[in-house]
Design a protein around this ligand. Structure first.
Ligand code: NAD
Length: 252
C-alpha cells in the first residue's frame, strides 16, 4: 500500500523501534516521509536496526538512541537531542514493552516493578519530556501501544494487563488534558501479532490461536503499524482519546 507523503515534514520518535512492531512502525513512518528517531535498549541493537533500515531505504533520515526509558533524566536528554538534531517533535510512539506470564503465586515484586517501569513509567517519562516541545510548536500526536489484554485481562501474568490498563488510563486522561494544546493522544490495542515471539511458537499452537479469531489468523506487525500511521497522520485530525483495537475481533 502506498503511504508516501502521509507524514511529509514530520519528525517522529518511536520507542522499542529495533524489532517487532516498533521496527515496522519506523519503516512505515520513513516510507510516509517522516524523519524518525528510534529508541532501543542497547547500542548494538540500535546500530543493527539502523543498518538494516539504511539498506532497505537508503534515503531514510533516521537516528537511533538508547536511553534507559525508566530513568527520566536519560529520557529528557534523549528527547532534547532529537529536538536539536531534527528541529521539532511532531509524533511520539510509546511502543517499547515487555510481558510476563507468571502466576500470582510465583510473581516477584521485582518482576512486577520491571513491567511497570517499562510499560507505564517509561510512557509517562517520554510524554512528559516531549509535550513541552509539541505545545510550543502548536500540536502533536502521541500513540501509546496498548494490547487486547487491556480490555479482557489475562489469566496469568497480571502485571502485563495491569500495565496496559494504565496505558489506556494515561491515553484517555491526557487526551482530555492536552486537547487544548492541539496534542492528540491515542492508543492501539493489538491482538496476537506475528513478532519473533509468535514466530517461535509451534505451528499447531498458532493454528489453535488463529481458529479462535474471527478473521481466522494472527495479525501482522505491518497491520499494527498501519493503524499507528493513521493515528499519527492528519487523517486522524479529530481522533483523540481512542483505543483502537487491531485484533481481528478477538474475543478471549
Ligand atoms: P518485541 O519484544 O518484539 O519488541 C519490543 C521492543 O521493546 C524492542 O524493540 C525492544 O528493544 C524494546 N524494549 C524491550 N525492553 C526495553 C527496555 N528495557 N528499554 C527500551 N526498550 C526496550 O515486542 P513486540 O511484540 O513488537 O511489542 C511491541 C509492543 O506491542 C509492546 O508494547 C507490546 O506490549 C505490544 N503488543 C504486542 C503484541 C504481540 O502479539 N506481539 C500484542 C499486543 C501488544
Amino acid at each position: 500500500m502506498k503511504v508516501s507523503g502521509m507524514l511529509e515534514g514530520k519528525i517522529a520518535i518511536v520507542t522499542g523501534g529495533t524489532r517487532g512492531i516498533g521496527y515496522e512502525i519506523v519503516k512505515k513512518f520513513l516510507e510516509a516521509g517522516a524523519k524518525v528517531a528510534l529508541f532501543g535498549s542497547r547500542q548494538e541493537t540500535v546500530e543493527k536496526a539502523l543498518g538494516q533500515i539504511k539498506e532497505k531505504i537508503p534515503e531514510a533520515e533516521v537516528m537511533g538512541l538508547y536511553p534507559a526509558l525508566g530513568e527520566y533524566n536519560e529520557v529528557e536528554k534523549a528527547i532534547q537531542e532529537v529536538q536539536e538534531s531534527f528541529g521539532q517533535i511532531d509524533i511520539l510512539v510509546n511502543n517499547a514493552g515487555i510481558s510476563a506470564r507468571e502466576s500470582i503465586y510465583e510473581y516477584s515484586p521485582e518482576e512486577f516493578d520491571k513491567i511497570m517501569t517499562l510499560n507505564v513509567n517509561a510512557v509517562f517519562h517520554c510524554i512528559r519530556a516531549a509535550v513541552p516541545f509539541m505545545k510550543t510548536q502548536g500540536g502533536g500526536s502521541i500513540i501509546n501501544m496498548s494490547s487486547m489484554v487491556s480490555i479482557y485481562g489475562q489469566p496469568a501474568g497480571c502485571g502485563y494487563p495491569a500495565s496496559k490498563f494504565a496505558v489506556n488510563g494515561l491515553t484517555k486522561s491526557l487526551a482530555r488534558e492536552l486537547g487544548k494544546d492541539q496534542i492528540r493522544v491515542n492508543a492501539v490495542a493489538p491482538g496476537v501479532t506475528r513478532t519473533d515471539m509468535v514466530a517461535a511458537l509451534p505451528p499447531e499452537m498458532v493454528q489453535r490461536i488463529s481458529a479462535t479469531i474471527p478473521l481466522g489468523r494472527v495479525g501482522e506487525p505491518e497491520e499494527v503499524a498501519n493503524a499507528v500511521l493513521f493515528l499519527a497522520s492528519d487523517l486522524a485530525s479529530y481522533v483523540t482519546g481512542a483505543i483502537l483495537s487491531v485484533d481481528g475481533a478477538t474475543q478471549v
